[in-house]
Design a protein around this ligand. Structure first.
Ligand code: ADP
Length: 421
């Protein structure tokens, strides 16, 4: 329940972050349109100023809407009746553009009707311009039947964008902050998960070692009784217990060391020809005490005639023991079917049980080191979460595959598939 609530919180936070980023992009776009509009308005104000400064029109009335055209974003043309001297034009225009904060380079050109090119063109660099005049520039000509002046801003886009620096910085900072937050959250929860896994692992290790040690302590106490030699049946019973517990401890220590010290893909294997049915019988013999304890029924299905398979015997036996132990551990009344055989070019060993099963969402994760299905502890089944990881490593070292088929409440089948050389 807690993890479900947590998932919802993470999902809502992610959606919120996505929404904030989309809104920010939307605002950037709005600001861009606004800055463009602002630029155009300032250019129009500069042109009006020029009309007022210099004699450009014969009549005094100024209807800017009919006088000024804006055929393309970078071009403005305005109707005039007379062309003032070049220096006057340049001086006043420069002044007007500066007054209205149009601080980017401009070209001013003169168009005379009937001509297909501009009769004069002047370059007006802005005060702190980073650019120089481009001699190869070809200004677009807009044919009209009257005299006009053309204003062209070659770096208009860059200038408008540069007006938005503050917005870019704040958006960048926002996105960086959100990303940093997401990354730290990811590491925080990964760390939390790791320390939780470590804690569970330590609990399980403690449990696995404490129980046999406690049993051994009691048994040695009994064996130290003065009259023990007079009770041979009791003596034998306790010696068997000591032997079983010592074997169990030894097995656990070996398993822990093998699994915990081998990194993935590091397992060294030595292949010899092995009969799978012999391998199965030997593995079952080793887990027999556990099987008896749980009153398990184990059926073996092996082909009558079989050819030996080249595998690493001890590693494959340990892998099989792990699967059998799991089948016993995770079944209340175990009925286990172990099957070996050949399928085209491959050999397989399958271990099927009628246990608690594994939900689909956990089926790939169970092969990870220390991973245990969360219900594992609730069912009070202890383990290190290393068994299946070892099985996987052994199978991968043989260039084979391990397949899991499982239905919660019905049972589980693990199938080791090994290529036959
Ligand atoms: P563990 O020591 O916990 O048994 P394993 O690596 O052997 O570690 O298995 C990982 C997890 O996979 C177990 O904790 C258990 O939840 C699940 N699992 C493994 N085998 C079975 C099975 N036969 N039936 C149900 N669940 C299983």
């Amino acid at each position: 329940m807690r993890s479900k609530a947590f998932k919802w919180i993470v999902l809502s936070a992610a959606l919120l972050v996505a929404a904030i980023i989309i809104i920010q992009l939307f605002w950037l776009n709005r600001v861009y349109s606004f800055e463009q509009k602002n630029f155009n308005v300032n250019v129009v104000k500069s042109i009006r100023g020029l009309y007022e400064d210099v004699e450009l029109r014969n009549s005094a009335s100024l209807n800017l809407q009919t006088l000024i055209e804006h055929p393309q974003p970078d071009y403005f043309l305005f109707h005039v009746d007379a062309i003032p001297p070049a220096d006057t034009l340049k001086l006043y225009l420069k002044q007007e553009l500066e007054d209205f904060d149009v601080l980017t380079d401009a070209y001013i050109s003169v168009y005379e009707p009937g001509k297909m090119q501009y009769t004069a063109s002047y370059y007006l660099p802005a005060a702190a311009s980073r650019y120089t005049q481009d001699p190869s520039i070809a200004l677009t000509v807009f044919p009209r039947d009257h005299l006009y002046l053309l204003l062209y801003f070659p770096h208009r886009d860059k200038y408008v964008l540069s007006q938005m620096v503050f917005w870019f910085i704040s958006s960048g900072a926002l996105i960086i902050a959100l990303t940093a937050l997401a990354v730290s959250l990811f590491f925080f929860f990964r760390q939390k998960f790791l320390s939780q896994t470590q804690k569970e692992f330590l609990n399980n290790v403690t449990h696995e070692f404490k129980t046999p040690l406690a049993v051994l302590k009691i048994a040695s106490g009994v064996l130290a009784e003065d009259d023990i030699l007079q009770k041979p049946a009791r003596l034998k019973n306790y010696i068997t217990i000591v032997e079983q517990q010592t074997n169990h401890l030894q097995q656990q220590v070996e398993r822990l060391l093998t699994s915990a010290t081998t990194e993935n893909n590091e397992l060294k294997i030595q292949k010899t020809p092995v009969s799978l049915s012999v391998l199965v019988s030997r593995a079952i013999r080793k887990i027999q005490p556990l099987a008896d304890d749980k009153k398990a029924r184990i059926d073996i299905k092996t082909p009558e005639q079989e050819t030996p398979v080249w595998i690493d015997e001890s590693n494959m036996e340990l892998a099989l023991i792990n699967l059998l132990e799991n089948a016993l551990k995770y079944s209340a009344n175990p009925h286990i079917i172990v099957e070996t055989g050949r399928d085209h070019q491959d050999s397989y060993i399958s271990v099927k049980d009628n246990g608690i099963g594994i939900e689909k969402k956990y089926q790939q994760r169970i092969f990870k080191k220390f991973y245990r299905v969360p219900t594992g502890n609730i069912h009070n089944v202890k383990g290190f979460g290393l068994g299946l990881n070892f099985v996987k490593q052994a199978v991968v070292a043989h260039k084979g595959k391990i397949v899991v088929n499982s239905l919660p409440g019905i049972g589980t089948e693990f199938k080791i598939i090994l290529p036959t050389d």
